[in-house]
Design a protein around this ligand. Structure first.
Ligand SMILES: [Zn+2]
Length: 284
């Protein structure tokens, strides 16, 4: 692969490495590390870049660590200005350090047909594709080429790389996978997703049944207290209304509805207003 360092500002560690494999097919960008503490997805992308080969039709670009400052700091946001990189796309050519980084990444993204942005969603979440699939047939088709079972409709948050490139006619999805604080890597899941992406780049047909889910609902704690999730629900994420999700201050927390449990808070003291679990509706 061709390797290049793109510098945004030589005063800081504000650069990223970019790997390219030219090809005749569609141009695909796979990017990770827009949030610097999401090491599971960075690991997935690092494995991927080492397995790209000339037999793949796609023209492939890989950026494993998009936000170097945040990565070195093991932090979601950049230490240079504290902005959340995934809220400021398309960036600004003459803006802040983060805005200039966003601008650089955005111009590379816009040179591609397909943009896959890898993220991490916490300790006890289940991997899923986040996509604006409902109103974009090409995006729905892309999700069908990637062998992850669950696809959740995105809210289309402004300033996200995915949302902003889709607005400009590109095909893009986010893949979320479990991670943890301080760069914790969930090795098995990261390696599974690496294989899923490798199969996609090698044009292998997905085998698993797909579930298209509505936007997720975040259910927040109504009080401060000690929370323990139920172990059973982590194995089977399809829950029924009133099924036990966990125990908060010796009281049973039940599911508000039937659905797919995307994530649950890890065992901890939780504060009033914190998200206890995220659930998405499974269409009947
Ligand atoms: Zn993220």
């Amino acid at each position: 692969m061709l390797e290049e360092k793109v510098f945004i500002d030589e005063m800081y560690h504000n650069y990223f490495e970019i790997y390219r494999k030219p090809g005749e097919g569609h141009r695909v960008l796979i990017i990770s590390g827009i949030h610097g503490d999401e090491h599971s997805s960075i690991y997935t992308n690092m494995l991927l870049k080492d397995h790209i080969n000339d037999h793949m039709d796609y023209d492939i670009t890989i950026i494993p660590i998009a936000n170097m400052g945040a990565f070195l700091y093991r932090s979601r946001v950049s230490p240079y200005g504290g902005e959340d990189l995934n809220r400021i796309f398309p960036g600004k050519k003459n803006g802040s350090i983060c805005e200039r980084l966003a601008d650089k990444i955005f111009s590379i993204a816009m040179d591609n047909d397909i943009i896959i942005d890898l993220h991490s969603c916490g300790f006890l979440c289940h991997p899923y594709i986040l996509a604006l699939y409902k109103h974009h047939k090409n995006i729905e088709n892309l999700t069908k080429m990637i062998d992850l079972q669950y696809v959740i409709e995105s809210r289309g948050t402004g300033g996200q790389l995915m949302t902003e490139v889709v607005k400009r006619g590109k095909n893009s999805i986010i893949i979320e996978m479990p991670s943890g604080f301080g760069g914790y890597i969930q090795k098995r899941v990261s390696e599974n997703i690496f294989h899923v992406l490798l199969d996609f780049l090698e044009n292998k047909k997905p085998e698993n049944k797909k579930f298209y889910l509505s936007q997720m609902e975040k259910v927040r704690s109504e009080e401060f207290g000690l929370f323990f999730p139920e172990n059973k629900i982590l194995k089977n994420r399809l829950v029924k209304k009133d099924q036990r999700i966990g125990i908060l201050n010796n009281k049973v927390i039940k599911s508000k509805r039937d659905g797919f449990l995307i994530s649950v808070h890890f065992p901890s003291y939780v504060f009033k207003g914190e998200v206890l679990y995220e659930i998405a509706q499974v269409p009947s």
